[in-house]
Ligand binder design. Sequence first.
Ligand code: GTP
Ligand code: MG
Length: 258
Amino acid sequence: MHCDQVSKDRQIENFVKPYEMCCTPYYKLDFSEVTRKLCRDKNSRNEIVANLKVCKIIIVGDVSVGKTSIVNRFCRKMFDSSYKSTIGVDFEMECFEILGIPYNLQIWDTAGQERFKSIAQSYYRNSHVVVVVFDLSKSETLSNTRKWFLDAMHTCGDMLPYVFLVGTKKDLLGGFAYKNAELSAVNVAKSINAEYWPVSSKNGENIDSLFARIAVLTFDDCVKNELLRPREIYIGSNMISGKANRSDSKKNSKCTKC
Ligand SMILES: Nc1nc2c(ncn2[C@@H]2O[C@H](COP(=O)(O)OP(=O)(O)OP(=O)(O)O)[C@@H](O)[C@H]2O)c(=O)[nH]1
Ligand SMILES: [Mg+2]
C-alpha cells in the first residue's frame, strides 16, 4: 500500500518511549545510529522506501475485551458503545512516516469467540507484533492472556515478535481498583516478557502512543535488517545472528510498579 498523504499525528521524528520503563522488556529509547544514518543518506533512503516491509500486527484476547474498539479508535478516531462481535478476522492498514520514510502497519483484529479460533490462527503466521488484550475491569480476562500468548507464539512461525500486553477500559476504573488491576497486569507482563500498556478506547487514552511505540520499535529493526547484509541482523540494540531475545539488560529499579 502506498501512503500519499500522511497526517501530522502519524509523522514521527522522535522515538516513542514505553508506558513505564519498568513495564517493558524493550529498553530501546532512541533510533539506533545506523537507522538515523541510513534514513539521512539519499541513496539508502531510496532503497529503504523501495524495500521496507509492512509491519504485521495481530490483536488477540477474550471475547468483548475491546480489541475492535482499539482498532476503531486508532484507525477511525471513533468509539461505539454497542457490541458487535468480530466474525473471523478484520484487517486495517495505517500509514506512518518515520524519519521521513513511509511505513505501514497492517493490523489484524481477530475474533475472541472460540468457534473462530482456527480461522484467526491461520493469520498469525509471520507477525512482527502480537498484542494480547484483556479487560482491566475483568480479572479473568487477564488470567486468559497467557493462553492467548502461548497460542500466538506457537503459531507465529520463525519470527520472534514483539509482545504487548494491553489492558482496556481504563475509563471504567479509578483509584485503588485501577492500581490493583495494574499490579496484576504488570506481573503477567513480566512473566510473558511483554510490554504493558493501559488504554481506553472510549476516551482515547494511550491508544495513539501504543501504536506509535509499536511503529518505532519495528521500524528501527526493519530498516537495519533490510539494508544490512543478511548475517548482520539487528534485534534491539545488539547485532546478532538469527533468532534472539529482544530484551537488553538495563532496568529501572526505582519504579513503584515493579
Ligand atoms: N467503557 C469502555 N468500553 C469499551 C472500551 N473498549 C471497548 N468497550 C466496549 O466493550 C464492548 C466490546 O468491545 P469490542 O471492541 O467489540 O470487543 P472485541 O474484543 O473486539 O470482541 P470480539 O470481537 O467478540 O472478540 C463494546 O460494547 C465496546 O463499546 C473502553 O475502552 N471503555
Ligand atoms: Mg472484535
